[in-house]
Design a protein around this ligand. Structure first.
Ligand code: SF4
Ligand code: SF4
Length: 341
C-alpha cells in the first residue's frame, strides 16, 4: 500500500483509510472482521468519532494487539472545554489507547469556531490534552469552504477533513490548493458521496489524480475495502469513457445530493434543514435505533413548523428540492419511531 504523509503533522498513513461510520450497523464480531480485513490489506489509518454510536468501541476491540502500526483519528463536536475533555478521555478508553494520534474538531462552522476558540471553549481542552499526551495532533472537519479557508490559517491545525468527490468538486478550486500551501494534511470524507455513489471504481479513479489526499470511505463489508484498495493501488485515473459515464451519474445524483454547506440556513421557523436533507443517508449508514433516538423526534416536531415559504430553496446553490425532501424525511422518521421508538 502506498503511504502518504499527512502534511505538517508528519503522520504517515496508508493512501486509503478506514471510515468508521457504517460499522455502527454491524455486530461487534462482524465489525471486527471488517476492520481486520482492512488492516490485512495494509490500511493503517482509521477515522471515527465520539458521536458515531459504538464505532470507537468496536474499533478498539478490533485493533487490540495491533495498535502499534496504526494511526488513529477521532473527533468530537463538543464546543466547550469540559465537554471536549470528557469526549477525548472517553475516545481513548473506547479505542483502548493512551494516545490518539489525531483528534479533530467535528463539523466546524464559523459561528461554532467563535465558541470553540473563546475562553472555556473546546480549543482549551485540545491543547491541554496534547500537553498531557492524550492526543498528538489537532485537526478539524467541516462542510463549509469559507470556514475551512479561514481555519486553515490557524497554526494549531495540522489536518483538514472535508468532503471531496465526483459531485462535490468545489474544494479542488481553492481549498485543496490552500491546504497544500499551508502544509495541512487533507483527509477526504465522503469519497463515495456519503454512500450515494455506488461505483467505487469511478469514485477512486477520480481521487487517484490527488495522490497527496487521504480518502476515508465508510466501510461496512470486507469486499468494499478490497475493491477500494485495489483501485487506489492501481493508481489508474479516469479515462475519457469513465468521465462520460461519471458525468451522467453525477448529473442525476447532483440534483438530490446535499453538500451540507449550510447556505440554505437558517430557516425562519427553526426547521433543521440540513438534518432533513441528510436524514435518509443517516438511516442507510448508521444504526436505525441510534438515528431514531437522536434525530427522529426532533425532525418530526420541527419539520411540522415549515410554512413552505421557499426561502431555503432560493438560497440553495444546487437547486435541491428541499421542502419535498424534508417532508419525505419526516415521514421516514415517523416510520422509524413506530419501529424503534
Ligand atoms: S440543501 Fe443546498 S444549501 Fe442547504 S446544505 Fe444542502 S446543498 Fe447546501
Ligand atoms: S420552506 Fe420551510 S424549511 Fe424552507 S425556509 Fe421556509 S419554513 Fe424553513
Amino acid at each position: 500500500m502506498r503511504q502518504v504523509i499527512l502534511g505538517k503533522s508528519g503522520l504517515k498513513v496508508s493512501a486509503v483509510g478506514f471510515g468508521g461510520i457504517p460499522i455502527q450497523r454491524l455486530s461487534p464480531i462482524q465489525a471486527a472482521r471488517v476492520v481486520r480485513a482492512g488492516l490485512d490489506l495494509g490500511v493503517t489509518f482509521i477515522d471515527t468519532a465520539a458521536s458515531y454510536g459504538d464505532s470507537e468501541e468496536k474499533i478498539g476491540r478490533a485493533i487490540a494487539g495491533r495498535r502499534d502500526n496504526l494511526v488513529l483519528a477521532s473527533k468530537s463536536a463538543n464546543r466547550t472545554r469540559d465537554g471536549m475533555m470528557g469526549d477525548i478521555d472517553r475516545s481513548r478508553r473506547h479505542l483502548g489507547t493512551e494516545t490518539i494520534d489525531l483528534y479533530q474538531l467535528h463539523d466546524v462552522r464559523l459561528e461554532s469556531w467563535l465558541e470553540i476558540s473563546a475562553i472555556g471553549g473546546a480549543m482549551e481542552a485540545l491543547l491541554e490534552a496534547r500537553r498531557k499526551g492524550w492526543i498528538n495532533h489537532i485537526g478539524f472537519t467541516s462542510h463549509s469552504v469559507e470556514t475551512a479557508m479561514r481555519l486553515i490559517e490557524e497554526p494549531v491545525f495540522e489536518t483538514v477533513q472535508f468532503p471531496f468527490n465526483l459531485i462535490t468538486r468545489e474544494p479542488g478550486e481553492r481549498l485543496i490548493p490552500r491546504a497544500r500551501a499551508e502544509k495541512l494534511g487533507f483527509i477526504v470524507m465522503k469519497p463515495l458521496c456519503g454512500g450515494q455513489f455506488e461505483d467505487a471504481e469511478l469514485a477512486f479513479r477520480f481521487l487517484n489524480a490527488y495522490p497527496d489526499l487521504v480518502p476515508i470511505p465508510g466501510i461496512e463489508r470486507a469486499a468494499e475495502i478490497r475493491q477500494i484498495v485495489a483501485v487506489v493501488g492501481s493508481g489508474a485515473e479516469l479515462s475519457g469513457k469513465d468521465r462520460r459515464r461519471s458525468a451522467r451519474i453525477v448529473d442525476e445524483l447532483g440534483k438530490l445530493f446535499c453538500r451540507r454547506c449550510g447556505y440554505c440556513m437558517p430557516c425562519p421557523e427553526g426547521v433543521p434543514i440540513v438534518l432533513g436533507m441528510i436524514f435518509e443517508s443517516f438511516i442507510k449508514r448508521m444504526s436505525p435505533k441510534l438515528v431514531t433516538e437522536r434525530y427522529a423526534g426532533e425532525l418530526i416536531d420541527k419539520a411540522s413548523l415549515c410554512t413552505d415559504c421557499g426561502q431555503c430553496q432560493e438560497k440553495c446553490p444546487y437547486d435541491l428540492p428541499i421542502r419535498e425532501t424534508i417532508k419525505r424525511a419526516a415521514g421516514l422518521a415517523d416510520d422509524l419511531l413506530r419501529e424503534y421508538g
